[in-house]
Design a binder for this molecule. Structure first.
Ligand SMILES: Nc1ncnc2c1ncn2[C@@H]1O[C@H](COP(=O)(O)OP(=O)(O)OP(=O)(O)O)[C@@H](O)[C@H]1O
Ligand SMILES: O=C(O)[C@H](O)COP(=O)(O)O
Length: 402
């Protein structure tokens, strides 16, 4: 049983709050999107309003990547969103960090430095071992409680996510609570239940499709995006050189065999695109699957109108739809239609759940809204949607003090 903020006596308590504010970073080093910060405002404001002393912990980017930057801009934006000063501390678990945390007054909030600036934080440990890392042993002595609100990172068993609850009383924050509430009860949503797998993370999508079909969670799986293209090739369709080369270059060639195996096992429940859109003479041009392959240089960039009608008919009978990944290259005007229309149709299904941070920001850009739930998580949401446990959630459940 996970304890929540309802179970925490907050006033005067020093709380380490793990959030996921991992955000796109603009060329000038600032934040390009603050959606993930906004998501955590309720949790942080509740803790400060109730007199907590709040030390925020978070990661940003991956070591070596362009977005592996300091949390200074995040602290500045949080100050605006919370409408109170939020100090940025250039340390995470050293004496400097401990001093800053000790000096907090009731209702004050600070942001510690990017947890992944420390090498152990980018490793996966079991909770017991994670509790013995420098980050956790360094910071835990100044914390009275640990709140995990970082649902979007809950599929990682990294120290700041699984180590603290071993030695400091652990609680779920409001984002974590809401996500677990919706995504943890997928089996209880109405059927027919339809999963839409699009986008470009082909192996992850095939894993999800296998899992939900095997467990009987999905009545139908609709494929789109690069995932749909891989399934078309697996079904014997000649998509032409451009799409085939793209799939090969992305390292997804082996996935074609896995897609074929999945079609052998569950072909009746898997829907494939009936047409694709390519670029011809500078415009969008749709080709039925029977008219393929396209010309040499033409790649399948979106699903076409007959696919949208076909998928629309399946969605019209659905009680629940779970979607991840765009239907096409939505970044280009000519190829945003599939994503816009498919996701718009999905908002009419009684329960509509979108998993995936990037997908969610694409939808915001396209102006599509009205879903029952838009998850803050990408990989974490996908893992939950297959009814698999998340290490950071398990760490909160298995409180060693019980
Ligand atoms: N037919 C296609 N050909 C090439 N790229 C495609 C096609 N369809 C979609 N894409 C690309 O897929 C990318 C997004 O795929 P991805 O699987 O990463 O989705 P996502 O929304 O980022 O997922 P998540 O939020 O789970 O990280 C987009 O940049 C889009 O241009
Ligand atoms: O953006 C995400 O999916 C989470 O913040 C986790 O980030 P990671 O994939 O780098 O662990």
């Amino acid at each position: 049983m996970i304890e929540t903020l309802d179970d925490l006596d907050v006033e005067g308590t020093t709380v380490g709050v793990r959030v996921d504010v991992n955000s796109p970073i603009a060329d000038d080093g600032g934040l390009d999107d603050d959606a993930r910060l906004r998501a955590h405002v309720d949790t942080l404001a509740e803790l400060t309003d109730r007199g907590g002393r709040v030390a925020v912990l978070a990661h940003q980017g991956r070591p070596g990547g362009d977005e592996f930057v300091s949390l200074e801009p995040h602290a500045a934006r949080l100050a605006e969103l919370l409408d109170q000063p939020v100090e940025y501390v250039d340390a995470t678990f050293s004496e400097t960090a401990r001093d800053a945390v000790r000096s907090l007054d009731d209702g004050e909030c600070l942001v510690l430095e990017n947890t992944r600036f420390y090498s152990e934080e980018y490793m996966e440990f079991d909770p017991d071992r994670a509790a013995r890392t420098h980050l956790v042993t360094g910071l835990a002595p100044v914390l009275d409680a640990y709140v995990n609100d970082a649902f979007a990172a809950a599929h990682r068993s990294q120290p700041s996510l699984v180590g603290f609850p071993q030695i400091v009383p652990g609680y779920a924050g409001r984002v974590m609570e809401a996500e677990l509430d919706v995504l943890g009860s997928i089996e209880e949503t109405g059927s027919p239940r339809v999963y839409v797998v699009g986008g470009a993370k082909v192996s992850d999508s095939i894993d999800v499709a296998w899992s939900v079909l095997e467990k009987g969670l999905a009545d139908h799986v609709l494929t789109a995006g690069v995932v749909g293209n891989v399934f078309l090739i697996a079904d014997g369709v000649d998509l032409g050189d451009a799409s085939s080369d793209f799939i090969y270059d992305q390292g997804y060639w082996d996935e074609i065999d896995r897609a074929a195996d999945l079609l052998d096992a569950y072909g009746d429940q898997i829907a494939l695109p009936r047409d694709v859109a390519v670029e011809r003479d500078g415009d969008r041009y749709e080709l039925g699957v029977n008219a393929l392959p396209p010309r040499n240089e033409e790649a399948a960039m979106d699903v076409g109108e007959s696919t949208l009608e076909y998928y629309g008919r399946i969605l019209a009978d659905a009680e629940t739809v779970i979607l991840n990944g765009p239907a096409g290259v939505f970044e280009e005007d000519a190829f945003e239609r599939g994503t816009r229309e498919l996701y718009e149709t999905a908002t009419d299904v009684p329960t509509s759940i979108v998993g995936g941070g990037d997908t969610a920001s694409a939808l915001r850009r396209l102006g599509v809204d009205g879903f029952s739930h838009v998850s803050t998580g990408g990989g974490a949401a996908l893992r939950m949607l297959t009814a698999e446990p998340l290490p950071a959630v398990t760490a909160l459940e298995d409180d060693p003090r019980d």
